[in-house]
Ligand binder design. Sequence first.
Ligand SMILES: *Cc1c(COP(=O)(O)O)cnc(C)c1O
Length: 370
Amino acid sequence: MTSPKLYRVWAEVDTDAMKHNLRVVQRALPNHMRMPIVKAEAYGHGLEGVARALDEEDIPFFGVATIAEAARVQAAGCKTCPFIIGPCFPAERDAIVQNDWRAALSSPEEAKHFNSLGRLYNKKVHLHLSIDTGMGRAGLLPQGIEELIEVLPHCEMLHIEGVFSHLSAASEDISFTHRQIASFERAVGQLSEKMSFDYRHLCSSSAVFNYNVPCTNMVRLGRVLYGYSPMPSPYNKELRNTLTLYSRVTLVRTLPDNHGVSYNHTYITTAPTRVATIGIGFGDGYLHYLSNTGARVYLNGSYCPVLGRVTMDQIMVDVTHLDKVEPGDIAEIMGSNVPWQELTARAKTIPSNVITSISARVPRVYVPEK
Ligand SMILES: *Cc1c(COP(=O)(O)O)cnc(C)c1O
């Protein structure tokens, strides 16, 4: 392991801020359980580090996308059960049944297969019924509920402990979202005549502070857990930043007037310019789309614009206005001074795309240390 003193790029992850963000949601929705979503390296924060830090919080599940992520939650020593929130193909289901992980159920065929695996391993299979109320990605269409209700009595190894759905446009189309909510409430009502659910969940970050869904008792938290709420709400200002991405200056030089900077000279100096090279690039997750967008880093107390294209391992920034800057100095690339929303806007993408792009090359440093 490289000594932290030698890190060129690192992400400092504030696990207290995450716990704080969970409590903000708890205050907003005191009767709801909270499922932290730790898929995709916990939105770039590092899956094991985040799962270990939150394992003692009052949470029923960790939301993951794949069985490999579920296995990592388990191998990290967490007592909290992983829940695979999307559909799984048949060969993935053995591991789910053998390990008592939670998974989504999208069809009568899946129910029969899960049930046969339950028989094979002599294990109850705990599933959450997924309803497609309009996302078009997974789950049973509402008109398929009747058929599933007929199949379930023949699936004695299944325990349908939850029911859920996913909103497709909570931050952009309020009337469609209300239709999805109504559709979910109808589905839960219809199913509740035959069974009862311990967990009923619909809202994630873009809905959690803005929509009231009385039939639910759990929310799934990705972005809000990591300090970013996509919808205006009085709670937003209480959320804390959870990740700061740092890199170091590797070289400082003065380039003459009319000197190209980076590939294809998309930037050319218009005066002698003090240029710092910084040891981060798109290989670390600093998106190439940030090239020539006015993106900036925070270095020695002020903002320094990125010049020309982002390269795989390095960027160049204008430090002409800085009194003092030398190799080894630390630049904030993303964090409270350079919020991920700012990078999102410049790269013309979505926040989750920016944060999950932080690559495996970047060490995650947890504070407070655990
Ligand atoms: C990724 C995901 C979430 C978390 O979404 P955020 O908007 O980041 O909170 C919740 N539910 C499902 C089904 C997901 O795929």
